[in-house]
Every structure is written in structure tokens, then in C-alpha cells.
Design a protein around this ligand. Structure first.
Ligand SMILES: [Zn+2]
Length: 308
């Protein structure tokens, strides 16, 4: 299938075709003895992901595990549907996200507040998952991929308080979710993802430092794809966070309201991203996944509740 890319080590990148876009939100299948899906994509992506798995020979009873890096709807919106398609699969998530997968009503209500009418088109509706099928992870945890291979989870808050990174013992791949930002393979751009209400700079920087300390061989971004130059990329992740926070702080100190703060930060960061200089379609993808309004609002939310 044209939305499935083999990455080596029995790992397959699946373009979930979020909201009909290509190349913005990935899921990954680890086709080990106990096949594991990392990230489901949105609810509306679930049939796309199912087709991809079936093209790889993974039938309804074959999937052992579904794990999500965090429960934002672009990563976990399809969990309920995927759990229904694959009745033997265990659903694995950080303990701070587990209850929202069992009962998504609060999560969906707050998403509705943020996205309004766009919610259905972008994400669809997260369906509930039987709590008995959900395994909650603590600060660390392990997923059995079979034949001695494991996926180790590492709690990595900052982008979201229920975020984990996942390290493959065989390949050294680290699934970074959104904790290292949003990467654009077309241009090599990397932008932070700092949405409200959980963003916290210090915590986010600690998570990036933890990722570096794990010495992964490769980073697998949910947005989007593999990156081999690990140390430089993680340094860039941290640098981007600091730049966005510094600029937002400056706008806030000048007394700008949110709209003007967004305009200022957008303006002063624009030249950092090749994506924003060229193709409008790629610029639009950035705005969808790590939009300046969401990033600046998240940073201001953090500054407002952080005495300094
Ligand atoms: Zn995301």
C-alpha cells in the first residue's frame, strides 16, 4: 500500500491520512512475534490503519498490543475503533491517560471547546475502550514484543502530562510522540508543540534530556517519520522550545494580548522554518499540528501559573 513504508527492523511507518492529509500523522507497526501498533491516529483514520495492517498480514486476532505516546486525539483518537477491530490486543497508555480512554467524555468535551466545528473533520470521535483491556504505565514500563524484544516506556511529560517515549530494545528506535516537537521531513524543519493546558518548559526540557540519555539510534516522530541524526535533532528540539518561550515572554512583558502575541511570535520565528517560506500546503500542516496560536497560548498558560 502506498501509505506503508518499511523502515527496517520489521518496523513499518503508516501514514494515517489524518483528515485526508498525507504525511502529517504517522502510526508505526512493529511486526515482531507479538505485533505492536504505536499510535492509532484519529478515529477517522482507523479504517486506513486497519487496511495497512491487513496489507502487512496482520489480521483481527494477530495484533498483541496497541500503545499510544499520549492521548491527544491525533495520536489516540482511534484507540476505541482499533480495540474493536483487534479484540486480542492489549491497550497500553500512561496511567494519567488511562481513564480518558475508558471514558472519553471529558476529553471530547474539552477538545470540542478547543476545536469547535473543526473537531469532527480533523479528529472524529474517540470511542470508549473496555477498561479491562487497558494497561496503565507508571514512570517506566515494558511491552513484550516477543522473542526477547521489548519496548520500554519512559515517562516524558512537558507537552502533555500523560506522555511517554518508547524505546525498542532491538533497533534502538525511540518513539518520541510530540515531546521533541513536530518534524517536517520535506524541509527538515523542527518546531515545538507547546499546547495548553499541560505545557511546562522545564519539564519538557527534562524529557528531551532523558531522551538523549537513552542514546537512541533513531527518533520516530509521530509528526512525521524517522530521523537518524539523534543528538543534533534533540538539541534543536530544546533550542526551539527556548526560543518560542523567550519570544512569548517578551510579548507578554510588553502587555500584548494573545492575538498580538501570536502575531509577534509567528513573525519573529518565521525565518527559522523553510516550510513557511515555500509551499503553502506544508505551512498549513505546521499550523494544524503546532500552530502559533496553540503554542503561544500554551506558553502563556504556563507562564501565568509559574511564579518567577
Ligand atoms: Zn500530535
Amino acid at each position: 500500500m502506498d501509505n506503508v513504508t518499511p523502515l527496517g527492523g520489521d518496523v513499518y511507518e503508516i501514514d494515517t491520512r489524518m483528515a485526508g492529509y498525507s504525511g502529517i500523522t504517522a502510526g508505526y507497526l512493529i511486526l515482531s512475534d507479538r505485533p505492536c501498533l504505536v499510535e492509532t491516529g484519529t478515529s477517522t483514520s482507523a479504517p486506513v490503519v486497519r487496511d495497512a495492517l491487513s496489507s502487512l498480514g496482520v489480521g483481527p486476532d494477530d495484533l498483541a498490543t496497541v500503545v499510544v505516546t499520549h492521548i491527544h486525539l491525533d495520536h489516540a483518537g482511534g484507540v476505541g475503533d482499533i480495540a474493536r477491530y483487534y479484540p486480542s490486543a492489549e491497550i497500553v497508555v500512561h496511567e494519567k491517560g488511562a481513564r480518558h480512554l475508558a471514558d472519553p467524555s471529558r476529553l471530547m468535551a474539552s477538545a470540542k471547546k478547543v476545536w469547535g466545528d473543526k473537531l469532527d473533520v480533523l479528529f472524529g470521535t474517540l470511542a470508549p475502550t473496555d477498561a479491562a483491556r487497558i494497561r496503565a504505565l507508571g514512570d517506566t514500563g515494558t511491552i513484550d514484543l516477543g522473542n526477547g524484544r521489548t519496548l520500554a516506556s519512559h515517562y516524558s511529560p512537558g507537552h502533555a502530562k500523560h506522555h511517554v517515549g518508547l524505546l525498542d530494545s532491538l533497533t534502538g528506535d525511540l518513539y518520541v510522540g510530540d515531546a521533541a516537537g513536530v518534524y517536517m521531513p520535506e524541509t527538515g524543519d523542527l518546531r515545538p508543540a507547546t499546547p495548553p493546558p499541560d505545557f511546562d518548559l522545564d519539564v519538557a526540557l527534562d524529557s528531551i534530556a532523558l531522551f538523549a540519555a537513552l542514546k537512541p539510534q533513531r527518533l520516530l516522530f509521530s509528526h512525521y517519520g524517522p530521523v537518524e541524526d539523534v543528538p543534533a535533532t534533540l538539541e534543536r528540539s530544546a533550542e526551539e522550545l527556548r526560543i518560542w518561550v523567550d519570544l512569548t515572554k517578551r510579548a507578554r512583558d510588553e502587555g500584548l494580548d494573545l492575538d498580538h502575541a501570536v502575531a509577534m511570535v509567528r513573525d519573529r520565528t518565521r525565518e527559522r522554518y523553510a516550510a513557511l517560506r515555500g509551499d503553502d500546503a506544508i505551512a498549513e500542516q505546521f499550523e494544524l499540528l503546532s500552530g502559533a496560536p496553540s503554542n503561544v497560548a500554551g506558553i502563556i498558560h504556563w507562564l501565568d501559573r509559574t511564579p518567577r
